[in-house]
Design a binder for this molecule. Structure first.
Ligand code: HEM
Length: 495
């Protein structure tokens, strides 16, 4: 049943499921594969924008590119806030981080610093770090191919820690990598909508810690140790290196020189610097893991794609060296694979929620101030009017003749969000993922694992629950393509 409700503004809210008294749509908020359920609601309502109401809060979901761009980009001034999440912001104290920060001058200061280091041009100065970490990944894949997911996670952490803080992590068991992994894990579990009742009823944050129902407060104390460590510990190392005059070639050094050194109020700029670096760490340590995991899965399931990619690689790079960034233009099919990974199984199926900061009217519907606005990225990236057979993994869709087709919607313009809150790490993420995919395809063949009876194991291509999507663990075989490729890796001097 569909409800069209008149609001006091006299205009209807966007349509949505019928509301129950008091609880509203509490039981209509989907917990599994919400992107599919929201799309279904949208079809049932005959509207690309729908509304659910939970305890007085309006949740607006945009299911098409048109509606998303019209709200989050064309009216970005009114749609760039973030909803307040009591568990993360107040109890775990991560309101210092850019993704959680409200639209404010402090947020603008952090974005400016981000842009200064990781903007489309400036990010190029960190290519040597991305290449170095890609090489280290190859070495690890040679030694312990079965742990490929751990290696990708290590790569993501090591890359961002090096770029942000100039810290070269240890080859194994690095304490900063550990901090990143645990902090990201606790943030992800606290961010999952519906995990903590205190997010729905913020008043609960005042109940005493010892009450049986106050487990969330004890969780928050435990979690906060890790998120505080993420913010403070690498920054302490930066300060020590700076005091010794040894900090260079990283975002911390460059931002300190450009924003803090001669600032009228250096200590307040240093606070922004610290939280910006922490935001790089938070944003960068787990996101690329999701898309690179999808890449390994896709290669196992689609050997024909891998064969074609390796043919392109051999024709351009040959077999006597590894690819580097200067090969990018000559390797369009490798780029097409990355685009298809972002589209086929986007890291975030639903965009990080925005919050509207003024009343608005869109296509005759009333959108009240304070609404939570969620864009259904998965629905946009699986729109069959744009991408034929959207559930198929087919990088060729991005090719025209032998080049990239500029007319097909680039998944990167969707998967990283929209408007003023668009992911500021996207250029770095794209560069880092591209070089990893290129280096892996140049040196290894990824294929199905076989069971004890010699039968191939086909992964079921399922994903774990959570707002950041990681594929369920699957076995696969990762072997060097030839002795020559194995030697190329063993001879790398920067491992
Ligand atoms: C495949 C990799 C990645 C994906 C799919 C991704 C996706 C996203 C998305 C969808 C958002 C929300 C945008 C919005 O609200 O409209 C976001 C925000 C953000 N991302 Fe990424 N991201 C990736 C990598 C990174 C990296 C490598 C960094 C850091 C270097 C980063 C840092 C951030 C930050 C700080 C925000 C919050 C921005 C704000 O609220 O102003 N991300 N990302």
């Amino acid at each position: 049943r569909i409800a069209v409700r008149k609001h006091r503004s006299n205009l209807p809210l966007p349509p949505g499921p019928v509301r129950r008294p008091v609880l509203g749509n509490l039981f209509d908020v989907p917990t599994t594969s919400p992107w599919l359920k929201y799309l279904q609601m949208s079809d049932e309502c005959g509207s690309d924008i729908i509304c659910l109401k939970v305890f007085g809060t309006h949740i607006i979901v945009t299911n098409t590119l048109k509606a998303t761009i019209n709200l989050l980009e064309r009216r970005s001034l009114s749609y760039s806030g973030r909803p307040h999440m009591t568990m993360l912001n107040d109890l775990m104290g991560i309101k210092w981080s850019l993704p959680m920060m409200d639209y404010s001058d402090e947020w603008k200061g952090g974005r400016k610093m981000f842009q200064h280091e990781l903007g489309s041009d400036s990010v190029r100065k960190y290519r040597h770090v991305e290449l170095h970490e890609a090489h280290r990944l190859l070495g690890r894949l040679l030694d312990r191919p079965e742990s490929f997911v751990d290696h990708i996670r290590y790569l993501a952490g090591a890359t961002i820690i090096s770029i942000a803080y100039g810290i070269k992590v240890k080859p194994h068991d690095d304490p900063f990598i550990k901090i990143g992994e645990v902090a990201l894990h606790v943030i992800a579990s606290a961010a999952d909508a519906g995990t903590y009742l205190v997010d729905v009823l913020p008043i609960l944050k005042h109940i005493p810690d010892w009450l049986p129902g106050a487990k969330f407060k004890r969780d928050a104390v435990r979690f906060r140790k890790w998120t505080d460590a993420l913010l403070n510990e690498p920054f302490d190392v930066v300060k020590e290196s700076m005091a010794r005059g040894e900090l260079s070639d990283c975002a911390a050094a460059s931002l300190y020189d450009n924003f803090c050194k001669d600032a009228p109020d250096p200590s307040s700029m240093e606070r922004v610097l610290k939280s910006t670096l922490g935001s790089m760490f938070v944003g960068g340590a787990d996101t690329t893991v999701s898309t690179l995991g999808t890449f390994f899965l896709a290669m196992v399931l689609h050997p024909e794609v891998q064969v074609r990619a390796q043919k392109e690689m051999d024709a351009v790079v040959g077999t006597g060296r590894l690819p580097n960034f200067s090969d990018q233009r000559s390797l369009p099919y490798i780029t097409a694979i990355l685009k298809e990974c972002l589209r086929w199984n986007p890291g975030l199926a639903l965009n990080f929620p925005h919050c509207s900061t003024s009343d608005d009217v869109y296509e005759g519907y009333y959108i009240p101030k304070g609404s939570i606005v969620i864009s259904n990225l998965w629905a946009i990236l699986h729109d069959e009017d744009v991408y034929t057979e959207p559930s198929a993994f087919n990088p060729d869709r991005f090719m025209r003749d032998t080049q990239l087709n500029p007319d097909l919607l680039d998944p990167a313009s969707v998967a990283f969000g929209f408007g003023r809150r668009i992911c500021p790490g996207r250029f770095m993420a794209l560069e880092s993922m591209w070089i990893v995919i290129a280096c892996v395809l140049a040196t290894f063949t990824i294929s199905k694992a076989v069971d004890r009876d010699g039968r191939e194991i086909t992964p079921d291509a399922e994903y774990l629950p959570g707002f950041l999507r990681h594929s369920k663990p699957f076995p696969c075989t990762i072997r060097p393509r030839s002795k020559q490729q194995e030697d190329l890796i063993s001879q790398l001097t920067d491992l």
